[in-house]
Write a protein that binds this ligand. Sequence first.
Ligand SMILES: C[S@@+](CC[C@H](N)C(=O)[O-])C[C@H]1O[C@@H](n2cnc3c(N)ncnc32)[C@H](O)[C@@H]1O
Length: 227
Amino acid sequence: MEIDVAPAEDETSQQDAPSRSGSKVKAERAQLYKQLAPAYEVLFPLVIRNHIRTSIQSLNIPEGSKVLEVGIGTGISMPVYPQHAKITGIDLSEPMLEVAQKRIQREGWDHFDLRAMNAEQLDFPDESFDFVTAFHVVTVVSKPQKMMAEITRVLKPGGRLLVINHFRSRRKWIANMVDRADSVTRHLGWRTNLECQSIVENLPLEVEHRYKSSPFSLFTIVKAKRC
Ligand SMILES: C[S@@+](CC[C@H](N)C(=O)[O-])C[C@H]1O[C@@H](n2cnc3c(N)ncnc32)[C@H](O)[C@@H]1O
């Protein structure tokens, strides 16, 4: 597992500026996920495992495909990927990746490659992957649009993107209520007011499917094709 984290060109989030520098925000996030890694393993799978599993399965990933998972965390999704594909997982947090690496060793998998890397500055050539997935990440990075531009850059034309995340509600009264929580959750490391449309606009992506796994689910599943 590589452990160098490529620094972003400009780490200062517009929404964090001017009072908090990008490197301070990044250090706080790294510390946050270091503290979260053990609890994450226990709690998060209970909430998310099902919609991640069904969404990955619905991609029908063919044999020999190259897949990138951005912000793979502790690797909750890993058991779902087919062993006939080559999966690269990246994450900013080394403690999260260490948990994922232990899982790989425990299972004896050889189809995963984990790397510490910033999703906003991916260290891969253009058009490297057939599939890119990102679960519950786009609202925690400093610059969601930059992460999305990078994901799009490394996808092959015709390649598929799968994003699962919570987004700003389209119901105005819910959106207004949740917006008030944003200043609090921002300090905990994630934003609540990201519009789903904003992550795909102005990019060569064709949204093929956008849905919730159940009417009450907090999470939206977005499937898109690289044009
Ligand atoms: C809410 S967790 C989701 C983890 C995993 N995708 C899952 O669903 O279990 C967010 C993950 O994004 C990672 N992360 C945050 N900012 C990142 C960045 N700029 N580049 C790469 N990973 C980042 C965190 O370290 C953390 O593992």
